[in-house]
Design a protein around this ligand. Structure first.
Ligand SMILES: *[C@@H]1O[C@H](CO)[C@@H](O)[C@H](O)[C@H]1NC(C)=O
Ligand SMILES: *[C@@H]1O[C@H](CO)[C@@H](O)[C@H](O)[C@H]1NC(C)=O
Length: 342
């Protein structure tokens, strides 16, 4: 009896062990060694040399997932598809003080999403510029690129971003970036969202941006952009939101605005626009929010058919040097500010 039960016990231990081993091997998500090493090295560049991926996360696409990293299967092997750096969650990948873009980042050939939040923060001692090399290696896959809240990220936008022709979303929000907007962004024809707000960009909005015919959200607010608007802005037919507020833009409101039939938000506050209210405003039938305050636009309100703008709920025309009466048709709009804060 004893020997039988011992034998069964031993057998079950054996089964358990082999089952465990079998399971473990089975469970490791197969990856190319080069892919795995590129991932570790790329992250180590941002997190610091103390971060040892092969020790901490031996199976990064399987049972030891890394917060901020997503993977997907391609022909039976796992590849990294998203890399999000910065303190979004408690256990997110943080950033070292002396952050480096390692070339291995660009070897992640199935990367669709790359984002940096609150990562390059020290503008004094360790300012960082975005490298201009290698972005073309991500052109076949990258759909979303984001640098948000990185005051220590300075210098120009690399023109090589213009090669990322699969991009649907490009967000460079609240960083310390300077210089002019690259004209070759006009060839990023799949862009649906372009947000470059809260930097120190200068110069004019390039004519070529009119090529972004799929664009839905366009936000260049809080920069130092100047000169008049390109007339090609009327080619952005799909646009839902246009925010150019808090810049140094000047000249007339273009008649081409009338092409923006789907636009719900137009915010041009705090610029230097002049030349009166263009009649084309009354053809922007989808407008819900129209904010033009703090511009020396001048002219009067009477000439526009405000009745056309059936969906308008917020209208701010304060501090624009408007003269004359307020037309009756404006009274139906929920929030109106016209002569306030002069
Ligand atoms: C990570 O640690 C292992 C041993 O624990 C070591 O062999 C390897 O070189 C380290 N890698 C890096 C990148 O520091
Ligand atoms: C405007 O919006 C409508 C309704 O959502 C949509 O069908 C149409 O395609 C849009 N127009 C453009 C140019 O995207």
């Amino acid at each position: 009896m004893k020997s039988i039960s011992q034998a069964i016990f031993a057998l079950s231990i054996l089964c358990l062990v082999s089952w465990c081993f079998g399971e473990e091997e089975f469970d490791v998500s197969p990856m190319e060694k080069t892919e795995q090493e590129a991932l570790y090295s790329a992250i180590q560049g941002f997190a610091g040399n103390w971060w040892n991926g092969s020790d901490l996360y031996p199976d990064p696409c399987g049972w030891t997932p890394i917060q901020g990293v997503s993977c997907d299967l391609f022909d039976g092997l796992w590849y990294v598809t998203a890399l999000n750096i910065g303190p979004v969650h408690d256990n997110s990948l943080g950033c070292a003080r002396n952050v480096k873009f390692r070339p291995q980042l660009f070897e992640l050939k199935h990367l669709r999403t790359l984002s940096f939040f609150n990562c390059f923060v020290s503008s004094g001692r360790y300012p960082i510029t975005i490298p201009s090399k290698n972005w073309e290696k991500l052109a076949g896959s990258l759909e979303s690129l984001e640098f948000r809240s990185n005051p220590g990220l300075i210098g120009k936008i690399p023109t090589t971003f213009g090669l990322l022709n699969k991009l649907q979303s490009l967000v460079l929000l609240d960083n310390g970036l300077t210089g002019e907007l690259p004209t070759n962004f006009g060839s990023l024809i799949n862009l649906k969202r372009l947000m470059l707000a809260g930097n120190r960009f200068t110069g004019q909005i390039p004519n070529s941006f009119g090529g972004l015919s799929e664009l839905l959200i366009f936000d260049l607010s809080r920069n130092s952009l100047s000169v008049s608007l390109p007339l090609t802005i009327g080619s952005l037919h799909a646009l839902l939101k246009l925010d150019l507020s808090n810049n140094l833009l000047e000249g007339n409101l273009p008649a081409e605005f009338s092409n923006l039939k789907n636009l719900t938000l137009l915010d041009l506050r705090n610029n230097k626009f002049s030349g009166g209210l263009t009649l084309s405003l009354q053809e922007m039938y989808s407008l819900e929010e129209l904010v033009l305050s703090n511009n020396p636009i001048g002219g009067n309100l009477i000439s526009l058919k405000w009745k056309n703008l059936q969906r308008l709920v917020i209208l701010d025309l304060s501090n624009m040097g408007l003269t004359g009466e307020i037309p009756e048709s404006i009274s139906g709009i929920e929030e109106v500010e016209i002569f306030g804060s002069q």
